[in-house]
Design a protein around this ligand. Structure first.
Ligand SMILES: NC(=O)c1ccc[n+]([C@@H]2O[C@H](COP(=O)([O-])OP(=O)(O)OC[C@H]3O[C@@H](n4cnc5c(N)ncnc54)[C@H](O)[C@@H]3O)[C@@H](O)[C@H]2O)c1
Length: 440
């Protein structure tokens, strides 16, 4: 997109009339979209479950947005995603066959296809290169979590995020709870001191096991691993980074995004030991120690038939705060008790849609697109990389059995993900053994 058009998109906004026309069935046609110079064009990179949902949310976020390019490593994934999106979003999906890109270089082709906004939702290890390329091409970005699986990758993300900011590009992260309005209100109160000085915190992400794809004869080793990316730490980062990072991010948020001084942890694989589960652990427990003696206790597990828990609890010198993602509770007790009560905000049947409990995933895109329209690009870059660093430090402490600092984890030259990936490559990293694998 050239500068003139970008400026126009930023400053012109949408008139009410255009918004109405876009929803009109006659003018909601291919011709309407192609002729409309104020249209924001979106490219999706990584067309799996999350990427497909993110595309729906992007298309719903603004009445003048269309999807024009898609990229995935696998054609079957892209085809399924396209089918779903076409059924759900109709004429807002304008992806001709020549804009459906398959392969490990698909991201470059999506980015080069004259899109304004990219949605990055491939497996985490690819994020540094996908983010860098998006920023270098001047795109606004929705970037799913996590952002990197190792120190070298995270350093690239930090640099790319800084560049996005300096170029006035939007960078919205997939840390969806930060877009959940009840949590904003609750943690906002904690940050304003409603429970006094926070002395201790606990966060959990304890859940069952996830999907597995049986190997097909035609798949190379790399294809098999990539289709089962969750189980390879060089692709996913391990489940503390890939999944449980949501709890760590909430904890960090409530503690003011301060970095800890020391990180100590343990972990292992006890139940999910079959080689089909690659090299990831199935449980971690980590203690983060901050200045002034504040300690934060974190645990996560992916083990079937175990008690679930997905919550953050904060203990202050004047009260306590509980946020439970499973029950939906947002409760403050102590000197100034309070509880989030969304029901009081509903005035009629339809008002839930407009209520503060509206989907956090939709909220991410509503804020992203509104920020582009208003020429105030939303930027999550600073705190999103800190939360990734916390998770990386927790994994490093668990893998090595050493007490580590976030600085040494960020400075680490240990690279899990190779620079060059190809379909015929063979890559394997043994399961880490604390006290034996002590490289940070
Ligand atoms: N914020 C959330 O609540 C949330 C929820 C689920 C997933 N996620 C994150 O979203 C990302 C995707 O997760 P998912 O559940 O959609 O997984 P998925 O396996 O369903 O989708 C990933 C897609 O990326 C494709 N892909 C693989 N390598 C690629 C490459 N090099 N270039 C382009 N595409 C590639 C895969 O073929 C697949 O279609 C992960 O980072 C995950 O952690 C976030």
């Amino acid at each position: 997109m050239n500068y003139t058009r970008r400026k126009f998109l930023h400053t012109a906004g949408l008139t009410a009339a255009t918004g109405l026309l876009a929803t009109n069935s006659v003018l909601g046609s291919d011709l309407f979209w192609r002729k409309n110079s104020n249209t924001l064009k979106v490219g999706l990179i990584g067309c799996g479950g999350r990427g497909t949902a993110a595309a729906v949310e992007a298309l719903n976020a603004d009445s003048n947005v269309i999807l024009t390019a898609m990229g995935d490593a696998f054609s079957d994934h892209l085809d399924n995603s396209f089918q779903t999106l076409k059924e759900k979003m109709g004429s807002k999906v304008q992806v001709p066959d020549e804009h459906k890109f398959i392969g490990l270089d698909a991201f470059q082709k999506v980015i080069a296809s004259d899109v304004d906004v990219v949605l990055l939702a491939a497996p985490p290890a690819f994020r540094p290169s996908h983010l860098e390329a998006s920023v270098n091409a001047g795109k606004h970005i929705f970037c799913e979590k996590p952002f990197a699986v190792d120190g070298p990758g995270l350093r690239r993300v930090i640099e790319a995020a800084k560049k996005a900011k300096s170029q006035n590009l939007a960078l919205v992260s997939g840390f969806c709870w930060r877009y959940h309005l009840p949590k904003r209100e609750t943690f906002g109160k904690v940050l304003e001191g409603q429970i006094g000085t926070v002395l201790a915190a606990e966060s959990t992400y304890n859940t069952g096991e996830l999907w597995y794809k049986e190997r097909q004869n035609t798949w190379s080793d790399f294809e098999y691993q990539l289709r089962n990316w969750l189980y390879y730490n060089w692709l996913s980062g391990d489940h503390i980074i890939e999944q449980a990072i949501h709890s760590l991010d909430m904890m960090q948020w409530a503690l003011g995004d301060k970095l800890p001084l020391k990180v100590t942890g343990s972990g292992g694989r006890q139940k999910r030991v079959d080689s089909k589960f690659g090299n990831v652990y199935d449980h971690f427990a980590v203690v983060y120690e901050y200045e002034n003696g504040l300690k934060s206790y974190f645990s996560c597990r992916q083990q079937e038939n175990t008690s679930p828990s997905y919550a953050v609890e904060l203990v202050g010198d004047q009260g306590k705060c509980l946020v439970d993602c499973r029950t939906g509770e947002h409760i403050i007790t102590g000197k100034e008790p309070w509880k989030y009560d969304d029901s009081t905000k509903f005035t009629d049947d339809k008002s839930y849609e407009k209520s503060e409990s509206r989907s956090m995933y939709q909220q991410e895109h509503d804020e992203l697109f509104a920020s582009i329209r208003n020429n105030k690009p939303k930027y999550d870059g600073d705190w999103m990389v800190r939360s990734n660093l916390i998770a990386l430090a927790g994994r490093t402490a668990g893998y090595t059995g050493q007490t580590v600092s976030v600085e040494e984890v960020l400075d680490s030259n240990e690279k899990l993900f190779p620079d060059n990936v190809s379909w015929d490559m063979k890559h394997s990293i043994p399961v880490a053994i604390p006290g034996v694998d002590t490289v940070i």
